[in-house]
Write a protein that binds this ligand. Structure first.
Ligand code: BG6
Ligand code: MG
Length: 224
């Protein structure tokens, strides 16, 4: 069999993959939505995963039929309020909050001499990685403030590959968001999803939990 590309790098999402901050984003958005008399469901929350702060707010306001009720300044204030609550919730993060299986996966990737980058939509990503004491494990962390188009656009994953100086086809992307998996596939990368199989038809490989992630299996399947 002709091997088209060699596996060279892993590009990770943060929230919901490295640590369970996805739950804190949910709680902070839910509190804000309830303040605005918008009922916030886990189903709607799934659509917000991977989506930037301001785009998430827009989706919540649309869901509640209140997209015309706030000025741009007021929307910024609402987003700031959610973020302050979120930062309060993540304040107590320690390395014990790294999701099961992640440290081993990062170790296995490094042992195989592959590169690791972070492609998170979160402006709090550096703070979270520092709290987890994982920053040193990453060769590059994409600066999301320089990214013009959010997931599902592939820009953030393509930027990570560019920083790592590897071809996108040599990269594995790891995501827990539907928008994130779409971004990985549009970037021409191999997509590993973490979550229920039924949600990720577009992924190349799906693991129900981070604990099940296996470097050996991902590498073998990538090279098939
Ligand atoms: C993504 C999360 O990683 O970051 C989204 O999945 C979140 O839920 C987005 O909205 C932006 O995060 P932040 O920390 O910049 O508000
Ligand atoms: Mg995520």
């Amino acid at each position: 069999m002709i091997q088209l590309s060699k596996l060279k790098a892993f590009i990770f999402d943060l929230d919901g993959v490295i640590t369970d901050t996805a739950e804190y984003h949910f709680l902070a958005w839910k509190a804000l939505a309830e303040d605005l008399n918008i009922s916030f469901t886990r189903e709607l929350n799934e659509e917000l995963k991977g989506i930037s702060r301001m785009d998430s707010l827009e989706k919540i306001l649309q869901f509640g039929g209140k997209e015309q009720e706030f000025s741009e300044q007021e929307k910024l204030e609402l987003a700031t309020k959610k973020n302050e609550h979120y930062v309060e919730l993540i304040n107590k993060i320690t390395p014990s909050d790294i999701l099961p299986g992640i440290e081993k996966l990062l170790r296995d990737i490094k042992q195989a001499n592959l590169e690791i980058a972070l492609a998170s939509a979160s402006k709090n990503a550096n703070m979270v990685l520092e709290a987890l004491k994982l920053k040193d494990q990453f060769d590059y962390i994409v600066d999301v403030t320089k990214i013009k188009k959010g997931k599902p656009d592939p820009e953030i994953f393509l930027k990570a590959a560019e920083l790592l100086k590897v071809d996108p086809s040599s990269c594995v992307g790891v995501e827990d968001a539907i928008a994130g998996v779409e971004a990985i596939k549009s970037a021409g990368m191999y997509a590993v999803a973490v979550g229920p199989k039924s949600s990720f038809q577009k992924a190349d490989l799906v693991y129900e939990t981070t604990e099940a992630l296996s470097f050996k299996e991902i590498k073998e399947r990538f090279e098939e």
